[in-house]
Write a protein that binds this ligand. Structure first.
Ligand SMILES: Cc1ncc(COP(=O)(O)O)c(C=O)c1O
Length: 430
């Protein structure tokens, strides 16, 4: 006998002669909707209250109707929510929406972007397996794959982001995974997803792409052959710098067989609250990405003309070495992150100059995060990539001269004026 609680709304609806089930039956979305529509519409079914904005299920566990149902659910024989370490409707809503935007069958939320990479490695690799990774990926990713998983006997090779031949040469009989991030943080190098997917598949391996910089608004890597997509939901998916979150998007088979069991045992769980914030953030993802990419292009073009700037790294610029590839892979947009080298003689002088430009800003936030509506500015060599050895940093091309700007939604003229203050007074420092 089901011990369903009779809520007052049920009772009132019944009093008015309507069946609750009829009143709250979810409308099924038609097929072939555009991504902008999916971004605001895909979610778990509404609760019996018919909320328009998706509900936040802030609960650790779910009451089971009876012991036998609990047994079947815990054994995986029946669907149903049980315990929020591995099942929560708000997290499911976030996962369904992100999978819809990426065009993948399934998605699994994680507590952070790094937790997504850890879950991927735990689910796919064992001692003796080999990973090929771009040497230009996010610093913590290099540490996690190279050092932390190295401790458990996972071999790794770090290769050029852009030289496809280097990836091919690095393949070994025990290669199980190729990992790339495109564009990279902070130098915005773009890799050829299709070419890397071909190398991975010919070797019987999988290709994972960290799609944090583009987000599905600009690029869907599985359409170009990637098998897994990694997200830091902390970045553009939330888009307002509020929460730490992550996700893996892939086939249902990979998610169900490789990642859900590890999540259930290891618990790198996305909290319901953070999932809800990311879920709502995704509703404005597309328009934010378009606006922020347009501002980034304007700022990058302006920076190229500044006397204190030695070089600008931005895929939307014609001067970017992979400009054509980026336009093809990223819906014709460069994304919202750019970097630039300030001029100076030698590492010490350039670091001083970079710090001066950063410290002269009054609008930009000096912080290592990116993907916020507030423009952020950072010195990668001493922050996000500060834990790398000098050799690793040099291999990644990150010098003391480099400044990264993740462009937000402020007026472009205010951003130019903010950077101009430090750039204009650089000569006075020499
Ligand atoms: C490209 C990229 N991937 C992954 C991460 C890690 O994400 P999180 O901070 O959510 O763990 C970051 C963080 O900056 C990143 O820039």
């Amino acid at each position: 006998m089901c011990r369903a609680w009779r809520c007052p709304i049920h009772k009132r609806l019944e009093k008015f002669g309507r069946k609750v089930e009829e009143a709250m039956t979810p409308k099924k979305l038609p097929a072939n909707l555009h991504r902008d529509t999916l971004a605001v519409r895909v979610a778990e079914d509404k609760s019996q209250f018919g909320e328009n904005s998706e509900a936040l299920f802030l609960t650790s566990s779910f009451v089971q109707p009876d012991a036998a149902t609990a047994m079947r659910r815990f054994a995986g024989e029946e669907e149903g929510y049980m315990y929020s370490r591995f099942t929560n409707p708000t997290v499911t809503s976030m996962e369904k929406r992100l999978a819809a935007l990426e065009g993948t069958e399934a998605c699994i939320g994680t507590s952070s972007g790094m937790a997504a990479i850890m879950l991927m490695c735990m689910g796919l690799l064992k001692a003796g397996d080999h990973v090929i990774c771009s040497q230009s990926v996010f610093g913590s990713t290099i540490k996690l794959i190279g050092s932390e998983f190295g401790k458990f006997g996972v071999e790794s090779s770090f290769v050029s982001q852009t030289d496809v031949a280097e990836w091919q040469v690095a393949v070994k009989p025990n290669t199980r995974l190729l990992f790339a991030e495109t564009p990279t943080n902070p130098l915005t190098e773009v890799c050829d997803i299709r070419a890397l997917a071909d190398i991975a598949h010919a070797a019987g391996a999988l290709l994972a792409v960290d799609n944090c910089f583009c987000s599905p608004a600009l690029s869907q890597p599985t359409k170009m052959g990637a098998d897994l997509i990694i997200h830091s939901g902390t970045k553009y998916l939330d888009g307002q710098g509020r929460v730490i979150a992550g996700a893996i998007c892939a086939t249902k088979k990979l998610i169900d067989e490789k990642f859900v069991p590890v999540m259930r045992s290891a618990g790198m769980t996305l909290s319901a609250f953070n999932a809800w914030v990311v879920l709502k953030g995704m509703e404005t993802l597309s328009i934010r990405m378009q606006a922020q990419s347009a501002s980034a292009l304007a700022l990058a073009t302006w920076l190229e003309a500044q006397p204190g700037v030695a070089r600008v790294y931005y895929p939307g610029l014609k001067s970017h070495p992979q400009h054509a590839l980026a336009m093809q892979q990223q819906s014709g947009m460069g994304g919202a992150v750019l970097s630039f080298d300030v001029k100076g003689a030698g590492p010490e002088a350039t670091r001083k100059n970079a710090f001066h430009v950063i410290d002269s800003t009054e609008v930009c936030s000096i912080t290592a995060n990116l993907g916020d509506t507030k423009t952020t500015i950072t010195h990668p060599a001493t922050t996000s990539h500060g834990r790398l050895s000098e050799a690793q940093r040099q291999a990644a091309g990150i010098s003391q001269a480099l400044i990264r700007v993740a462009v937000g939604l402020e007026h472009i003229d205010d951003l130019k004026a903010d950077l101009e203050k430090g750039l204009r007074s650089l000569n006075a420092l020499a």
